[in-house]
Design a protein around this ligand. Structure first.
Ligand SMILES: Nc1nc2c(ncn2[C@@H]2O[C@H](COP(=O)(O)OP(=O)(O)OP(=O)(O)O)[C@@H](O)[C@H]2O)c(=O)[nH]1
Ligand SMILES: [Mg+2]
Length: 449
C-alpha cells in the first residue's frame, strides 16, 4: 500500500527563518537527484559533509547510504542557510529531478517499513518532538532506545515457546505424551501474565507523564483560590480582588511541578446566588471537579468554619482531593482537627507551605510513590495500554482454562487465547498492523520527520 519505490523530499527544519535549514531526500534516487541540483567539486562520499553550491546558496550535503540512515534508505541531507525561500527552491529543484514531496511522518514511516525501527520507536519519535517537560522527553527517549520493545519481545518469546510446545502436544495426540504438563503451563502463564500486568501498571503513570494531569482548584468565594492558582503558576494569571465572586469562568493554565505537567484550573467560588453569570460559573466549577485527576479544596483558615464548608468537603469526597487551609499568615479561626479530613496549611500571600503542597500534589497524582515517576514508565501511550489490556485478558482466560478444577481444558482452547494475546503484543510493536493504523499514527507527525 505504501510505496517506497520513489524518492521523497521535504524541509526537515521548522518553518520560518533560522540559522540553518535542512532539506532531506530519501529513496533509491536520492544521490542522483541531489547530484542534479548540487554543483559539487567532488562526488558525495558516504557520511562525509561535502561543500557544494545550489542555484541560490552555498550548502553542505551529507550522504547516508542504505541501510545505515534514518530511513534505512539512501538519504542525502542538504544544510543550507535557513531561508524559507532558498529551502523551497531546493525542494522544487529536487522535485524537478524526480523527487516527490514527503507526507507527514513519511521518513519515519519508511524507517518502520524498512525494519530499522518498530512501531513503538516510531511513535516515540513523535512523542519526543512533542515533549514539553524533561520527564516526557525522557520517557519518549527510553522508548526510542527500545526499552519497551525489548520487554514486549521477551514476553512474546515466552508465549511463542509455550504455544510451540502446546501445538506439539496437539500434533502427536496418539503418543499419549504431553510436551507440556498442565502445572508447568499454568506456571508459565502466570509468569507471563504478571509481566504484562507490571507493564500495565506503569501505563497509568505513563499517561500522567505524557498527557499531564488536570488539577482543579475548588472552594467558596474569597478563600483565595485565584491567589493559590497564581502562586502555583508563579504568575499573576487570574484576577484577585477582595470582592467575593471575582472569578466567574474556568481559568486554565499549564504548570510544571518538578517536571510533571499539570493543567491547573481555577474556578468560580461555590455559593448560592441569583446572578446568572455566577450560577453558570458555579455549574462549570462543579463539572470540573468531577473530571479532574485531583481537586484542591481550598478553605480560609482566618474565618470560622460554616455549614457550607462542610457541604463542600462532602461534595468533593468522591474526588481525589487535597484539602488546603489557605491564609495561614492570618490569625487562625479553626484548627486542622476541626475538619473531617487532613489538610495542608499554606499562605498564597507569603508563599508559606507552597513547597509542601507541591510535594503533596505530586504524591497524590503518582499514587503515593514520589520516586516512581522518575524511574520508569515504559508505557505512556493509550494505544499500547489498550493492547496490553487485551493481551492480559486473553492470558487470564488461558490461565483459567489450564487451572480448571474440573481438569484442564483441551489445548485447542488455551491455544486460541494465547494466539490472541500474541496478536495484541505484536500490534504494539507493529509486527502486525494495518494501513489504516499506520496512516493514523503517522498523520500526527510533522512534514520532514
Ligand atoms: N492574608 C492573605 N490574604 C489572602 C491570601 N490568599 C488570598 N488572599 C486575599 O483574599 C482575597 C480573595 O482572594 P482571591 O484569590 O480572589 O479569592 P478567590 O477564592 O479566587 O475568590 P473568588 O474568585 O471570588 O471565588 C484577596 O483580597 C486576596 O488578596 C492569603 O494567603 N493570605
Ligand atoms: Mg477567584
Amino acid at each position: 500500500m505504501f510505496s517506497t519505490e520513489d524518492t521523497i523530499v521535504a524541509i526537515a527544519t521548522p518553518a520560518g527563518r533560522g540559522g540553518i535549514g535542512v532539506v532531506r531526500l530519501s529513496g533509491p534516487s536520492a544521490v542522483e537527484i541531489a547530484g542534479s541540483l548540487l554543483r559539487l567539486d567532488s562526488p558525495l562520499q558516504a557520511r562525509h559533509a561535502t561543500f557544494a553550491r545550489t542555484a541560490g546558496d552555498q550548502v553542505v550535503a551529507t550522504y547516508f547510504p542504505a541501510p545505515h540512515s534514518y530511513t534505512g534508505e539512501h538519504v542525502v541531507e542538504i544544510s543550507a542557510h535557513g531561508s524559507p525561500v532558498v529551502l523551497r527552491q531546493i525542494v522544487e529543484q529536487a522535485m524537478r529531478g524526480g523527487a516527490r514531496l514527503a507526507e507527514p511522518g513519511e521518513f519515519t514511516l519508511r524507517a518502520f517499513l524498512s525494519g530499522r525501527i518498530d512501531l513503538v520507536q516510531a511513535e516515540a519519535v513523535a512523542d519526543l518532538i512533542d515533549a514539553v517537560t524533561p520527564l516526557q522527553a525522557r520517557a519518549a527517549f527510553d522508548q526510542l532506545e527500545g526499552t519497551l520493545t525489548e520487554r514486549i519481545g521477551a514476553i512474546d518469546a515466552q508465549l511463542f515457546d509455550l504455544i510451540a510446545r502446546l501445538e506439539a502436544s496437539l500434533d502427536f495426540p496418539d503418543e499419549g505424551y504431553h510436551f507440556v504438563q498442565a502445572g508447568e503451563a499454568g506456571a508459565a502463564l502466570r509468569s507471563i501474565e504478571s509481566q504484562v500486568a507490571s507493564l500495565l501498571c506503569e501505563a497509568s503513570r505513563g499517561r500522567l507523564i505524557r498527557e499531564g494531569a488536570q488539577v482543579v482548584i475548588a472552594g467558596r468565594p474569597n478563600v483565595g483560590k485565584s491567589s493559590l492558582f497564581n502562586a502555583l503558576l508563579r504568575a499573576g494569571r487570574a484576577i484577585v480582588t477582595p470582592i467575593a465572586g471575582t472569578t466567574r469562568d474556568l481559568v486554565t493554565e499549564s504548570a510544571d511541578i518538578d517536571g510533571l505537567r499539570l493543567e491547573l484550573i481555577d474556578t468560580a467560588g461555590v455559593r448560592d446566588t441569583v446572578d446568572e453569570v455566577e450560577i453558570e460559573g458555579v455549574a462549570r466549577a462543579r463539572r470540573a471537579w468531577t473530571t479532574a485527576d485531583l481537586v484542591l479544596v481550598v478553605l480560609d483558615v482566618s474565618r470560622p468554619l460554616e455549614a457550607e464548608d462542610f457541604d463542600l468537603l462532602r461534595d468533593t469526597m468522591e474526588a481525589r482531593r487535597l484539602v488546603v487551609a489557605n491564609k495561614s499568615d492570618l490569625a487562625a479561626a479553626w484548627a486542622s482537627g476541626d475538619l473531617p479530613a487532613a489538610s495542608v496549611a499554606v499562605s498564597s500571600a507569603t508563599g508559606d507551605g507552597l513547597e509542601g503542597l507541591r510535594i503533596e500534589i505530586r504524591a497524590a497524582l503518582e499514587g503515593g510513590s514520589p520516586a516512581a515517576l522518575r524511574d520508569s514508565a515504559a508505557v505512556t501511550n493509550v494505544r499500547h495500554a489498550a493492547l496490553l489490556e487485551t493481551a492480559r485478558q486473553s492470558l487470564r482466560r488461558a490461565s483459567e482454562a489450564v487451572d480448571n478444577p474440573a481438569g484442564p481444558v483441551a489445548e485447542e482452547f488455551v491455544l486460541t487465547d494465547l494466539q490472541d494475546a500474541r496478536a495484541a503484543l505484536e500490534e504494539v510493536t507493529g509486527k502486525r498492523t494495518s494501513d489504516d493504523l499506520l496512516r493514523h499514527i503517522f498523520s500526527r507527525f510533522c512534514i520532514g520527520k
